[in-house]
Every structure is written in structure tokens, then in C-alpha cells.
Design a protein around this ligand. Sequence first.
Ligand code: SF4
Length: 337
Amino acid sequence: MGKIIPVFIPHAGCPHQCVFCNQRTISGQKDSGINAARAQIEKYAAWTKLSAENELAFYGGSFTALPFAFQEELLELAGKYRTKGLIGKIRVSTRPDYINRTALALLKQYGVKTVELGAQSLDDRVLAKAERGHTGTQVTEAVELLKAEGFIVGLQFMVGLPGQDWDSLRDTLKQAIALKPAIARIYPLLVVQGTALAESYAEGKYRPLTLDEAVEQTFYLYQGLTENGIKVIRMGLQPDAELCEEGNILAGPFHPSFGELVKSYGYKIAIKKQIDALPSGKYEMTIVHPAKLASIIRGMHKANLKFWEAEGKVKVKFAEGDKFNIIIICHTDKNTI
Ligand code: SF4
């Protein structure tokens, strides 16, 4: 499998300052010029094996909102590394309101295959509160145009946005499923220093999600998207050194292994449903699972195991099975269920 070589162009091209965003802190990259882009690629080039499967990805800004000449300059740069064999593919992330035929013609000319759009929500009320500067309809139109032009489409979503409740989340999921992007990312909203959200938080006007709430809401999106064939490629921000530096995250549901917590929560509730469905009695339950899922199934600090055993109905054991299947076997003194 190829590697993603991320090139951050923090806030480059952004016509709006979204209330939650400070890309310089989130990405750890301060400069968005061509030399900074080259330096980032060179850093990866030093230890990345040449492969046509590697993909260079321009993140952290609004690529198609950049001046045309600068887009060309960045794509030329990427093209040079493709010629050298370091990468075979290019992807960009951008805003839905800067997707049009002219922008896509340039991306096609340079062989860009994947476009990721920051959607965050498909609820206009929530988008307005986040000062995104675009509507849900613009996301829909952008996705349709990208698909019609043959691009692989990714959508980024957030949980915990100001004004976002369960109804809003449910509606966003419904619309996202109908749009059927190929890939998605889900981020819990954090209060990062230097943002408008940080001010609202300090004034007591914004309450971030707790970690449990963020995990539950992210799992809701993750489950709905994956069940409908949309691959979720990331949940939670990359815990890089700059982001984790003291004073950068002021509040919010940050966890360095957020994605694992979400998947673990999924097993927690799925297996609890099976326990609840057992006739009353006491059982010994054996969960046979692929080795790589051992810690996710047990939960962080065995939290899932403790949760399942809390009511005293089951005593849980684990065993390693094949690479793919999870099998649950329940015994009473007399029967296997
Ligand atoms: S969220 Fe995206 S569009 Fe908004 S300021 Fe950050 S990089 Fe720019």
C-alpha cells in the first residue's frame, strides 16, 4: 500500500476564517509558500520508498481557491516528484464553494485523482454558526460535479459544532449517505488557541463535547457511513507535536487514539446488545477475535470488559481466532448458545 505524503498549505486560499480553525497549530506548519511545500516533500522523500502507489496530498488550505498561478506552481512541483517516481497520485483538499469546471480542468490537467471537501455539516444553520461561508447545497453541487468529472470524492465531517444537535447530525448523515462520497473523515471539534471558538469558549458561550459524547456521535456517523459503503479513513486529529504542545488545545474531546476509542465503543454496544438478548441466567462468554483487534475489543484499560461484566450476567473470556471473524460463544452449566 502506498503512503500519503502530506503537504500543508495552512489557510492558503481560504476566503473565510472558520470559527474553529487554526491550521498553523493543527498542522504544525506555519508557511504556505512554494519553498515550504518543497521542504515538506523533501523531508518525506528522504525516507519514503519510490512507489506509484504513493500519493502527494495538499492539505490545510483551500486548494482550488488559491490564485490559479499558485495552484499551477504547486501542481508542477508535485508533477516533478511524480516524474522522479516518488509518487504516482496527487490529491487536494478544498472548499465546496470553490469547485467549478475551470478549477477541475486544471486539476485534471495535472492528474489529480482525489478531491477532499471540507463539508463539516450539511445543516445550513450549523454551517452559518461555524462561519464556513457555504451552504449544504453547495456541498451537494460540488460532489455531483466532481463525480461527473470522474474524481474520487472525500468529505470531511465534524461533531460538536456550535448549534449541532442529534437531529442535525442525523440529517447530515442521511444527506451524506445520499451523496455517497468514496471516503470520509470525521473530526471531533476541539477548542484550539487563536480561534474565534476559543473566545466563545472563554465567554462561556460554547460547550465542547465530552470525550464520551464525541465518541458516541462519531460512531454514529462512522457506522452509518461504513454500512453504506463509504470508507472512513480517519477519525480524530493526528496527535502531532505542535498540536499537543501545552496551551494549544484549550478544551474539547482530544484523545491521541480517538479512532480506536470509536471502534472500541462500537464493539462495546454491539456485544452488550447480545448480552441483553440472552435469557436471564449466568453465562460464560468467549469472544474469539482476530489478534489485531485484541485491545480494541477489550477497550481502553479493559473498559468494555468491565462494562459487559458489570451486571454479573456474563463472565467474559477472549481467544484469538482467524484474521477476519469475531465469534461469540456463550455457555451455561448445561448449554452452549
Ligand atoms: S476549516 Fe478549511 S476553509 Fe476553514 S479556515 Fe480552516 S482550512 Fe480554511
